[in-house]
Design a protein around this ligand. Structure first.
Ligand SMILES: [Zn+2]
Length: 297
């Protein structure tokens, strides 16, 4: 059994969802010690390479190229509505300097950060994305995994990872690496989906647990970790950040991706409205988390 990727505790409980890929099953587990949710087994290097290859990432009807029903480019552009809010949080703590993005996708956010005065560079694991960053925006982006990328200590003022941590087999190690690569007073910002923190996610999980069923997720195991605000905060703290905060965000009801049967789609769409109002009012039950860690000066 996979030890908890957050606290290394050996024991976990089953969590009622699973993925399949190439004939193998990947089940969700929840750590008995820290409640972190993760997929077991972890995809192998070969499986990961296949998951992120151009062929797989873009094949027709995959519903997983950037996990969107639209093409990758449209999804990237659609995501840009959130840029001012996210960069706004980063600017509060570090308004200028060397900005490094891990997993910069098609380069839209990095291009935006550059337009706001940062000196930007980044890496992207998918060949397609890295190429687009260079050709479309002329960005300084290399194709690389963060795991294999050379560690340069105290190099950056800001490191951003958007929709990255949920994909990594060793998320804590990579947050530690980012911490080491920040200058003192530097800022790490990580944005992750938080499917099981929202109303619809909480209700769905309760229903599956009650019925004693496991839900098959309609995509391969792209997300090998699932965060809620407490586990994201814990990850930043364990990586050595002395000052941390987690901001809960929520997607506008008309922008969410709907999957599954018609009743699941209707239910999700209907619940997103009260969820939206609730999150805006209380800062809780969000479906997106923005974690910020500030390295001690
Ligand atoms: Zn744990």
């Amino acid at each position: 059994m996979t030890a908890c990727p957050l606290c290394n505790h050996p024991y976990s409980r089953s969590f009622p969802i699973f993925y399949t890929f190439e004939g193998n099953e990947f089940e969700a587990r929840r750590c008995r010690a820290c409640s972190f949710i993760f997929i077991h087994p972890r995809p192998t290097e070969n499986e990961l390479a296949l998951l992120y290859s151009d062929e797989y990432f873009l094949h027709d009807g995959a519903d997983c190229g950037a996990h969107a029903p639209t093409d990758y480019e449209t999804a990237a552009r659609k995501g840009s509505v959130k840029f001012p809010e996210i960069l706004g949080w980063i600017k509060k703590f570090k308004p200028r300097g060397d900005f490094f993005e891990v997993g910069c996708g098609m380069g839209y956010f990095l291009d935006y950060a550059r337009s706001q005065g940062y000196t930007v560079s980044g890496i992207e694991y998918a060949a397609l994305g890295a190429k687009a960053c260079r050709e479309k925006f002329g960005l300084d982006v290399q194709q690389a995994s963060f795991e294999a990328y050379p560690l340069s200590r105290e190099r950056y003022d800001v490191i951003f990872m958007g929709d990255v941590l949920e994909h990594l087999n060793q998320p804590l190690e990579m947050v530690k690496k980012a911490q080491a690569m920040l200058k003192s007073g530097g800022v790490l910002a990580v944005e992750v989906p938080s499917m099981f923190n929202s109303l619809v996610g909480r209700i769905a999980i309760s229903v599956y647990a009650l019925l004693g069923v496991r839900k098959k997720m309609p995509m391969p195991p792209y997300h090998v970790n699932e965060f809620v605000s407490t586990t994201l905060k814990q990850m930043l703290e364990r990586a050595g950040f002395s000052k941390t905060l987690v901001i809960q965000r929520i997607k506008a009801p008309f922008t969410i991706t709907l999957r599954g049967s018609w009743y699941e789609k209707v239910g999700k769409q209907a619940l997103q409205y009260p969820n939206y109002v609730l999150t805006k009012l209380t800062g809780r039950y969000g479906d997106r988390l923005l974690g910020i860690g500030i390295k001690e000066a």
